[in-house]
Design a protein around this ligand. Structure first.
Ligand SMILES: *Cc1c(COP(=O)(O)O)cnc(C)c1O
Length: 376
C-alpha cells in the first residue's frame, strides 16, 4: 500500500530513541523534551515552545489559558479536522462556524467580516453575539493543508472585535505568510506530530507563543499543575498532557530532516501539477502570493472525486476525501454556521488528497498521476 502521508524515519531518530532506552529516560522527564522545544522555537521564530501529548491537547490548553469556558463562543472555520472543534467543546464553549473560500479552502474572511459586522456588538464586556448576548472570546484560524489566509486582514478584524487569536497551525509546520511562520501570528499557536503530519513523533504536539507567562502556565497545566518541587501540592486542576522523552527524541531527529521534507513536498506538488493541470476539470488549492505553504497534503478538486478515489484506492494508492464539514456532523448541527451558499459542502464533494509521503519516489508519483488520468 502506498500511504497517503506516512512517516519518513530517515535520520537520527533511532540513535536518539535508543539513547533514551539505554539511559532509562523514557518518560515525562528528559533532555530531549527541552531540545525539541528549543528547536521548534528556533525554527518558527517563536520565543517559547511547550511540548504536549498531541495537537488536540495543545489546542485545549491554549483555550483554557485564555479563560474560555462554558457560555463562550470561539469562531472557527467550518472545514477543519474535528479536533479543532472538539477542543472548543472540551472547555464548555461553543464554536461559531464560518464557511470557507471555495478556492483556498481557508475561512472566508469576507464572510467573517460580514458576520462580525451584522451579528455582533462590540461592548465594554467584549464582542457579543447579538442573538443571545453571549461573549465571543476568540478566533481559531486553521491553516488548512498548510495553506494560510490573509493574516493581516484576519489580525485586523480580530483586534477590532477584541478576539484573541489562537492558531490551529497543526498542519502548517514550515508554512509562512510574508515570511512569518504559521503559529506565530496569534497569541498562541499549535503543532501536531501525529503519524500523518509533516514530521511525526508517533503522536505529540506543541504550543508556541511569545508570551513568557502563558508559556510557563502552559507547562504547568500540561504537567498536573504541581506547584511544589517535592511535595504533592497542586494549585489548580492540571492535565497529564506532556510529551514523553522517547517521543521528543524522535521529534529531534525529525526536526533535523524537516528542511529536506519541505523541499520534497514542493517537488511532489510540482510533479503533480505538471502531470495533472489541464486534465479534465482538475484544480489545485489556490495559494495567495504572500503565502509560502508547506504543501503538507496535496489535494485536488474535481467533479470526478468519487471515481478518482475509487481507482486510486483499488490500486493500493491511498487517497482520502476531504473532511465532512463540521456543520454536517451530528454533534455540531445545532451550532451557528454562517454561510451564503454552503461552499464547505461544495469543497467537500470535490476534493481529495493524493499520495504525498516525503519518501515517495518519482516513479510512484508518475504511477499515481497516470491512474488519475485514466478517469478522464
Ligand atoms: C492533526 C490535526 C489536529 C490534531 O492533532 P493531533 O496531534 O492528532 O491531536 C488538530 N487540528 C487539525 C486541523 C489537524 O489536522
Amino acid at each position: 500500500m502506498l500511504l497517503l502521508s506516512g512517516p519518513n524515519i530517515a535520520g537520527n531518530e533511532w540513535k536518539y530513541v535508543k539513547d533514551c532506552l539505554d539511559t532509562g529516560w523514557v518518560s515525562s522527564v528528559g533532555a530531549y523534551v527541552e531540545q525539541f522545544e528549543k528547536l521548534t522555537a528556533e525554527f518558527t521564530g517563536a520565543k517559547y515552545a511547550v511540548a504536549t501529548s498531541s495537537g488536540t491537547t495543545a489546542l485545549h490548553i491554549c483555550l483554557l489559558l485564555n479563560g474560555i469556558g462554558t457560555g463562550d463562543y470561539v469562531i472557527a472555520p467550518n472545514m477543519t479536522f474535528i479536533a479543532s472543534i472538539n477542543s472548543i467543546k472540551y472547555t464548555g464553549a461553543d464554536p461559531i462556524l464560518i464557511d470557507v473560500d471555495p478556492e483556498t479552502w481557508q475561512m472566508d474572511l469576507d464572510l467573517l467580516e460580514e458576520f462580525l459586522q451584522q451579528e455582533c456588538d462590540i461592548t465594554k464586556a467584549g464582542c457579543l453575539f447579538k442573538k443571545n448576548g453571549r461573549r465571543i472570546k476568540a478566533i481559531m484560524p486553521v491553516h488548512v493543508l498548510g495553506n494560510m489566509c490573509n493574516m493581516d486582514r484576519l489580525l485586523a478584524l480580530a483586534q477590532k472585535y477584541q478576539l484573541t487569536v489562537l492558531e490551529d497551525s497543526t498542519e502548517a509546520l514550515g508554512s509562512s505568510y510574508k515570511g512569518k511562520h504559521a503559529g506565530t501570528f496569534g497569541l498562541m499557536g499549535t503543532f501536531s506530530y501525529n503519524g500523518n503530519k509533516i514530521i511525526t513523533t508517533g503522536g505529540g504536539g506543541m504550543i508556541v507563543t511569545d508570551n513568557e507567562e502563558l508559556a510557563k502556565h502552559a507547562k504547568h497545566l500540561t504537567t498536573q499543575a504541581k506547584s511544589d518541587p517535592f511535595e504533592y501540592v497542586h494549585d489548580e486542576i492540571g492535565y497529564n498532557y506532556r510529551l514523553v522523552n522517547t517521543a521528543a527524541a524522535m521529534g529531534v531527529g525529525q526536526m533535523e530532516l524537516l528542511p529536506g521534507f519541505l523541499k520534497r513536498k514542493q517537488g511532489i506538488v510540482a510533479f503533480y501539477k505538471s502531470a495533472l493541470e489541464g486534465v479534465g476539470d482538475i484544480q489545485f488549492q489556490k495559494i495567495d502570493k504572500e503565502v509560502s505553504p508547506n504543501w503538507w497534503l496535496p489535494t485536488i478538486m474535481t467533479i470526478k472525486q468519487k471515481n478518482v478515489l475509487k481507482i486510486l484506492n483499488d490500486h493500493k494508492m491511498q487517497s482520502r476525501p476531504f473532511w465532512v464539514p463540521m456543520n454536517q456532523l451530528r454533534m455540531f448541527a445545532q451550532n451557528v454556521y454562517y454561510t451564503k451558499n454552503d461552499r464547505s459542502d461544495y469543497v467537500y464533494r470535490k476534493c481529495l488528497s493524493i499520495p504525498c509521503s516525503t519518501n515517495i519516489t518519482d516513479d510512484q508519483l508518475l504511477a499515481v498521476s497516470e491512474k488519475i488520468k485514466e478517469v478522464f
